[in-house]
Design a protein around this ligand. Structure first.
Ligand SMILES: [Mn+2]
Length: 228
């Protein structure tokens, strides 16, 4: 039996911390000091602009966020769905339920409705993307790259910092319909990744915390978008 998504559960997606604002850190502080109360926190991927396990240098960019998230995870149920910018996270967050791209979608229930959660880069990404992400998201690759880590990571971080991550997605409904084909018609699909903040039929494209400054909140059994 799938777990329930609880009333007042919080969905955070695509914060791209720390390169695209510190909304994420502010939000964590509000959860920690109980300004925001939630029984369940879903992190929907690309929360960090670049973070992966088996590497100490990459953690230095996001230390405050990592530390606070770990602290909160001692007393709050947190589900972390990895994105294409944050992966191999199980070793960084021992008290968080972390799901890799391979393990997605995650099946939950919202009332009697079946809900499928994924970051959003699972389907319709093509061979190149799958090849690249399968190789990259591996402990062996990350270990192998370690001697060059500073150059590679500094270079990547520099590019990510100036990358334009907000904007409209052309033909988005067509893309959504292609994703919807992989799921039962009467289910609800919730994803991040596209930064669009909209619902199309049974598909919810969560707001990006970095772009819209909003999160998803469950109110009276429905997911609504709210500024934090
Ligand atoms: Mn993404």
């Amino acid at each position: 039996m799938p777990d329930q998504i609880k009333e007042h559960a919080l969905f955070i997606a695509d914060a791209h911390y720390p390169n695209h604002g510190n909304y994420f850190l502010k939000l964590l502080q509000k959860i920690e000091n109980k300004t925001i109360e939630t029984p369940q926190l879903f992190l929907m991927g690309d929360i960090f602009d670049l973070l992966f396990g088996y590497n100490n240098y990459i953690k230095t960019f996001s230390q405050e966020g990592i530390h606070l998230l770990n602290k909160i995870s001692n007393k709050l149920e947190i589900i972390y769905i990895e994105g294409n910018h944050d992966f191999c996270l199980k070793e960084i967050f021992p008290n968080i339920k972390v799901y890799s791209r391979k393990e997605q979608p995650i099946h939950y229930k919202l009332g009697i409705k079946n809900v499928y959660l994924a970051h959003g880069d699972k389907h319709k990404t093509g061979f190149g993307y799958n090849f690249y992400s399968n190789i990259l998201r591996r402990k062996s690759t990350l270990t192998l790259l370690r001697p060059f880590e500073k150059q590679i990571i500094d270079h990547r971080m520099g590019k990510l910092k100036v990358k334009k991550i907000c904007g409209d997605f052309i033909n988005f409904e067509k893309r959504i319909d292609a994703i919807r084909e992989h799921y039962p018609k009467d289910s609800l699909i919730i994803e991040g990744h596209f930064h669009q903040a909209l619902q199309h039929k049974n598909y919810i494209s969560l707001p990006s915390l970095a772009c819209q400054g909003e999160v998803g909140v469950v109110e009276k059994g429905e997911v609504v978008f709210k500024t934090t």
